[in-house]
Write a protein that binds this ligand. Sequence first.
Ligand code: AMP
Length: 422
Amino acid sequence: MTSSLHVPKGTRDLTGREVQAFAALEQVARRVFGLFHFEEIRTPIFETVDLFSRSLGETSDVVEKEMFTFVDRGERTFALRPEGTAGVVRHFIENNLAVQGDSHRLFYMGPMFRAERPQAGRYRQFFQIGSEHFGSPEPAADADTVLMMSRIFEEFGVGEFQIHVNSLGCQTCRPKHRAALLAYLKKRESELTEESRRRMEVNPLRVLDSKVDGPKLTDAPAMKDFLCSDCAAHFDLFLGLVQKETSRVEINPRLVRGLDYYTRTVFEFVSPLLGAQSALAAGGRYDDLVGMLGGPSVPAVGFALGADRVVEAHLKWRGEADKAVSNQTMAVVVAMTEESVPAAFGLAQKLRLAGFSVPPLLPAKKKLKNQLSAAVDAGAKWVILIGEDELKTGELSVKDLSTRTQTKVPQQKIISYLTGTP
Ligand code: AMP
C-alpha cells in the first residue's frame, strides 16, 4: 500500500549526516559571531505583509510572487518571513535602539519561506544564518561582514569559494546610472525577454540580474563609472581592507542583487561545487532602509548565508566516504544474557554521564556477531560486553574497535580506562 502522506512541495525533512552538518554549521557560526562581537536575536517567523513589501520593494520578485501570506482571525494579513533583515530592522526601530554613534550588531538563524519554483538548491522552506550591523557607515564594517562570512566558510569547510563584490552607489549617483542604463536597454529592447522588458520599466538594474539577458549585456553602462566621489572612495577603502586579508575577492560589475534596499557595497559568495544555484551567501549595505521603514537615518550592513546550500557544498567537499561528523566517542554496551541486562543498563547510564554517546541496549537474545557488526557500522570505538562471567568476576570485557583488541577491565575502573585517565 502506498502512503498518501507527503512532505509539502519544495520542503524536506533533514536527517542523518545532513542534520548533523546543519548543527555543526550553526555551532561554527555562533563561535565566529562571538569573535566579531555580535549577539543573537530570534524574531517571529511571521510578520505583517506590509513590513516585507515596504522593505524589500513592491517590485521585487519576493514580494510580487513568492510570499506565503495568510489572514488571521482578526482579518490581519501576515506573511511567513521570506528573509531575516526586515524583522531585525523592525525590532531595531520598535525598541528605539538607535543611539547616536552607537553600533548594534545582531545575528540570527532560522527558517525562511519563499513560494519559488523548487529545484536543486532552491526550496520553499530554507534555512538562513545572517547578521546585521547597525550604526556604522565605515567601510571597515562592510569589510568585517565579508571577513566574518569568509571565516565561517573556512572554519566549517566548503572547499573553494569566491567573493564577488560591487558598489551600487547611493541616492546621489544611482539615478544617473539608472538613466544611462535605461537609455541603453531601450536601444536593445527587441533582444530582451518579456520579463526583462517589464523589469526595465520598474527597476532597470534588475535586468542585469536576469539569467538570460544579463550575460548578453556586457557593454551595459557600469555603476563604477557613475559612482560619486564619496561612494568611489568608500568602495576603494572597503576593497583595500578585504583584499589585504583574502585573495578570494573579485569585482563583478554585474552584481546587483535582487532586493531594492541595497546601497553602496554588495557581495555574493559563490561555490564551484554547486550547480545553477551557486550562491552560498549574499549581502550588502543598506543605509536607507531604517529610515524608509520609519526609523531614524541609521546606516547598516548585513549578510545572509543559505545553510541548505552551504551544507550541500560542505558534504560534497568532504566526500561521501567520510562518516564521522560527531565528535562524541561512541561506546556500545552488550548484555549477553537476560540476567546481565540490569548491570548493562546501569553501565550505559554511567558512560553517558561521563560524556560517551551510548545507543540503547539491544535485546540480549540478539546474536553477539550481529551486535558487533551493528556497533562497527554505527562508528563505535568501544564495545563493552557483560555476561555471566563478567557478573561473577566484576571484570568487564572491553573491545577497542579501532585496534581490534580485547581486554578485561575491573568495573570500577572502566571510565578511567576508556578516557585514558589514571
Ligand atoms: P537572499 O536573501 O535572496 O539574498 O539569499 C541569501 C542566500 O540564501 C542565498 O545566497 C542562498 O544561499 C540562500 N537562499 C535564498 N533563497 C533560497 C531558496 N529558495 N532555497 C535555498 N536557499 C536559498
